[in-house]
Design a protein around this ligand. Structure first.
Ligand code: UDP
Ligand code: MG
Length: 320
């Protein structure tokens, strides 16, 4: 038997101690007989609970389990990227640690890959156990994103997916720091296909995506894949200018006809309105500018503080 690894499963972990072992067991049940060489990579994104201890223990029991631990919390997308950077498998599956995405779907992903697809993404048909607010904002967000981006990013799709060798090579070369991975994988192209599934409730613990992080994530998605917000100020500016020009003519004509009136209300209304619009537009510019600054600084995407293998790279691989 060759010791080539056919599949690596990458699992980002942030305070998921109760989920480490159940995830491992369900992965084994689903994949043991199906995959020639299996590798399970847990990426501990600066957890403060017993997650790392649980990962280390698993790694001593099963050679196929590997763990990487970050120097601090660098975020979900950085953790996924680190897992892909370190994966040795021919194909890689990305899956959340909380068992919301059932490992039992992975065989279906593998089947489509073996048919010749480069990316097989799991698409949610149903979401269980999440707040109405989260479901509603997610549904709206994915549809808005779909409309305003140049890349066709499928709706209701998370990071739960399989990437084959060509897609992996392309993904590993993408250098950006503000990462919206599901969009980046769509951008890659090749042959992609969806597999529908039902998303379950979290097995244990709470969501690690509070509203603040969700908002940041949504802004990363929009700024990474659309220039529409920047263009919006041009369109609005043009519209307001045309209106202003016409209004100036009206005011002048009235003035020559000797009609004038105290203008407090209209002045206040236009000053407040335009002031608000200008601030919003400057804020949008700021969102892009901050990200450009962040990219230009070229700090590493993550730092590794600990690893279950002897060889450990603190820094991510050079991408360009
Ligand atoms: N996660 C992470 N770093 C973070 C936040 C989340 O590695 O800063 C992991 C988390 O442990 C889980 C996955 O990313 O495996 C998705 O997070 P979560 O389930 O909390 O998000 P939700 O499903 O509620 O959107
Ligand atoms: Mg989750």
């Amino acid at each position: 038997m060759s010791d080539a690894i056919e599949l690596s499963v990458v699992i980002p972990v942030f305070n998921e101690e109760e989920n480490i072992l159940p995830m491992y067991e369900r992965l084994r049940a689903a994949l043991d007989d199906l995959v020639r060489g299996l590798e399970i990579i847990y990426v501990d994104d600066g957890s403060r609970d017993g997650s790392w201890a649980a990962i280390e223990e698993l790694a001593t029991k099963d050679q196929r389990v590997r763990g990487i631990s970050f120097a601090r919390n660098f975020g979900h997308q950085a953790a996924v990227t680190a897992g892909v950077d370190h994966a040795q498998g021919e194909a890689v599956v990305l899956i959340d640690a909380d068992l919301q995405d059932p490992p039992e779907v992975i065989p279906e992903l593998i089947a489509r890959w073996r048919e010749g697809y480069d990316v097989v993404y799991a698409q949610r048909k149903k979401r269980q156990g999440e707040s109405l607010f989260k479901k509603l904002t997610a549904a709206l967000f994915y549809r808005l994103l779909h409309r305003i981006t140049d890349v066709s990013i499928p709706v209701d799709t998370g990071d739960f997916r399989l990437m084959g060798p060509r897609a992996l090579a392309a993904f590993r070369a993408l250098p950006e720091r503000n990462r919206f991975i599901r969009g980046m994988v769509s951008w890659i192209g090749f042959r992609q296909v969806a597999v529908p599934y039902e998303r379950h409730a979290r097995a244990a613990g709470e969501t690690k995506y509070p509203f603040r992080k969700m908002l940041r994530f949504a802004l990363d998605a929009i700024t990474s894949f659309s220039f529409l917000p920047l263009r919006l100020s041009t369109f609005l500016g043009l519209g307001v200018s045309v209106f202003a020009f016409l209004y100036i003519i009206v005011v002048l004509i009235l003035k020559f006809m000797g009609i004038s009136w105290p203008g407090y209300t209209s002045l206040m209304a236009s000053i407040l309105f335009l002031g608000g619009v200008q601030l919003v537009m400057i804020g949008m510019l700021g969102e892009y500018l901050a990200r450009v600054f962040d990219e230009v600084k070229r700090r590493p995407l993550y730092l590794v503080g600990n690893s279950t293998s002897k060889k450990m790279d603190v820094l991510p691989p050079q991408r360009d």
